[in-house]
Design a protein around this ligand. Sequence first.
Ligand SMILES: NC(=O)c1ccc[n+]([C@@H]2O[C@H](COP(=O)([O-])OP(=O)(O)OC[C@H]3O[C@@H](n4cnc5c(N)ncnc54)[C@H](OP(=O)(O)O)[C@@H]3O)[C@@H](O)[C@H]2O)c1
Length: 330
Amino acid sequence: MATESREIHLVQRPQGMPTPADFAEVTITLADPGEGEVLVRNLYMSVDPAMRPRLSVGQALNEAMGGGALGRVVKSRNPAFAEGDLVNNRFGFREYFLSDGKGLNKLNPDPALPLTVHMHALGGTGFTAYGGLLHIGALKDGEQVFVSTAAGAVGSVAAQIAKIKGCYVVGSTGSDDKAAWLKDDCGLDAVINYKKEPIGKALRAAAPKGIDVYFENVGGDHLDAALANMNTLGRIAVCGMISGYNNDGARTEVRNLSNIIYGRINLRGFVATDFMHLYDQFRADMTGWLKDGKVKYQETVLDGIANAPAAMIGLMNGLNSGKMLVKLAD
Ligand SMILES: NC(=O)c1ccc[n+]([C@@H]2O[C@H](COP(=O)([O-])OP(=O)(O)OC[C@H]3O[C@@H](n4cnc5c(N)ncnc54)[C@H](OP(=O)(O)O)[C@@H]3O)[C@@H](O)[C@H]2O)c1
């Protein structure tokens, strides 16, 4: 029996901030799986900042968009998958899809943790924070740390790992509610609401002993502020630069780059696949921290595929506290 599925297409390239008119909801009909195929129903899809540059370059127009998702196999004619299997996939922005099994990764969720945790703290964003801070940032116990977008999916995990390692941690974020959660629930030492006070002045006051490791998620004025306060031999782990993602070429402007010379600052970009050798250790550490309540998390879950564009736009506006997800099915 055929299956109707709704999916989100990009229909025009955003100029600056994306708008609802850049997207369209399209209903398609999927045939039953053929020999060797499975039909997957997505339960949750992830919405990530890295999608924004792809809306300008990379994402094809008038096709279902791509993105991380967690789905359930609902029909299988592939011996490697049973009906009911949970599968991580890159076929987000759609309710159902057919697959020959390539690109599907079976998930055996930890029954003691909520399923969605595997899509952030115990998944890609958590691993990015873990490796970015400990491997790329070469964090040492007790150092001075600054994390930007500290209430987001990656930032909140990076900031809390730094606390677990006994560091003095400053975070920046864009609302008082998020700042309060970081201070009161996550135990950060200082939090800056960058929408209320200039980040440069605020960071100087919040980090009186300077910064040994900056976990960079924003670029622009945040990077300038960090560069002006880095300690000698400091490390800047460049995870993302979201403040530039609405610009052509995801451009960001930085003025204090020459500070890296005499400060002997190591500024290094990375992607999570750079440290796959840490994956098993990450899973063990993070599972323990989540169960012990040492790493806390927040989720912003919008309901239904029709809200996927709003989730994408909201991510660029700071609508989310913690991981931005769209729930597609129970
Ligand atoms: N290198 C990698 O492998 C990798 C993997 C995943 C993510 N990343 C990067 O990590 C960063 C965070 O990603 P995430 O998935 O955890 O997203 P997130 O932080 O959960 O969500 C994005 C947040 O960015 C903040 N923001 C938006 N526009 C901003 C601006 N102009 N200036 C300052 N802050 C702004 C907003 O929070 P506020 O309320 O605080 O403004 C928003 O909630 C992004 O830069 C992303 O590209 C990199």
